[in-house]
Write a protein that binds this ligand. Structure first.
Ligand code: FAD
Length: 307
């Protein structure tokens, strides 16, 4: 379903992010997670694209499997790095043929451990990819006359590559002006960063819905991984203090991390967030615990499942 229809019919939205599994065992575990989370009828689920486009086929396979074997609405991520125009064109054609409603258009992380020259990519910035998808939409190849809904990334705490925060908002505005329909944010642990970002978007004339990215911390090692993956993410002292108090008890660390994320979600809902996107890391427990405590009527899930 086009993102405009999703948001118009039922906001705030709730959505989950998965990454494509690389081994049969990881695939089995992910499909179990998907089955468990399907019962919650999220508004959509998104599927990441590995650094340097490394999971290209795995991403497509997972998106199509979700589309054909579940009631979930998958949104594939697509990145600029290491792609030629013809490749992106054929990916769009394939998704359009399979009635995929939306795409998250990203700059993309560079390939790990390989020499890489960005200048050889067909699209230098996510804004160029958005423009290309918009043109594809205008070609009428998609079964929905509006074409794909287009999402882009936003960074409440700023993107590490652009320390000039005024310029950064210009770059974000360029993506929206190129045709983006919504923004999904990088994870953050202090809601004040999100609210300030939302206000700065307003001031910059960015009017599309902004969906907040939330990742519950479930372990100390996970915390370190997040710090690495979401470069620049700020870990508030309040969170670190709470985690350190129970450092020796892994189960308690999970509870503290999940409770912290739950408090963030309640506060976001109280402050009219357009949607909450959970970075699940392909596990369902933390997300389910949070969901069960958010007070979302189960009726909604049942209604959605019945349609
Ligand atoms: C919700 C979300 C999902 C993600 N999923 C994936 C994924 O699946 N796969 C993956 O590889 N990565 C993913 N990422 C990471 C993302 O690709 C990287 O953080 C990337 O560095 C930035 O992506 P972008 O789409 O913001 O790129 P861009 O919008 O191209 O911006 C990248 C940098 O370039 C700057 N910039 C933009 N335009 C200009 C310009 N005209 N001149 C100078 N500088 C400019 C921006 O300010 C920014 O610092 C995700 C990030 C988020 C927040």
């Amino acid at each position: 379903m086009h993102i405009h229809d999703i948001i118009r019919s039922d906001s705030p939205t709730f959505s989950f992010e998965f990454f494509p599994p690389k081994t049969p065992a990881a695939a089995e575990s992910l499909y179990q997670t998907i089955r468990e989370l399907e019962a919650y009828m999220p508004h959509f689920v998104s599927v990441t694209y590995g650094a340097g486009g490394s999971t290209r086929d795995l991403t497509h396979d997972l998106v199509e499997r979700i589309q054909t074997t579940t009631k979930l609405d998958p949104i594939p991520h697509l990145t600029c790095v290491c792609h030629k125009e013809e490749e992106v064109q054929s990916i769009l054609q394939r998704y359009a043929k399979n009635s995929i409603g939306n795409i998250l258009a990203l700059g993309g992380d560079p390939p790990r451990g390989l020499a890489y020259d960005r200048a050889t990519d067909a699209f230098q910035r996510a804004a160029d990819l958005v423009t290309f998808i918009r043109r594809f939409n205008e070609s009428g190849e998609h079964p929905d006359p509006r074409g794909f809904g287009i999402g882009v990334a936003g960074f409440p705490e700023g993107h590490p590559a652009t320390p000039n925060r005024l310029l950064e908002m210009d770059h974000l505005k360029a993506k929206v002006d190129a045709g983006a329909d919504y923004i999904v944010t990088q994870l953050f642990f202090d809601n004040r960063d999100f609210y300030d970002f939302r206000e700065r978007c307003q001031l910059a004339g960015i009017r599309v819905p902004i969906i907040a990215g939330i990742m519950p911390i479930t372990s100390f090692s996970g915390c370190k991984r997040i710090a690495e993956l979401a470069g620049g993410a700020r870990f508030p002292a309040r969170l670190l203090r709470a985690l350190q108090r129970c450092e020796q008890e892994p189960e308690m660390v999970t509870r503290v991390g999940v409770h912290f994320a739950l408090e963030q979600c309640h506060d976001l809902l109280d402050n009219n967030v357009a949607g909450i996107h959970f970075y699940t890391l392909n596990k369902s427990d933390a997300t389910r615990t949070i969901f069960d405590s958010l007070g979302i009527p189960r009726r909604r899930w049942a209604e959605a499942a019945a349609t």
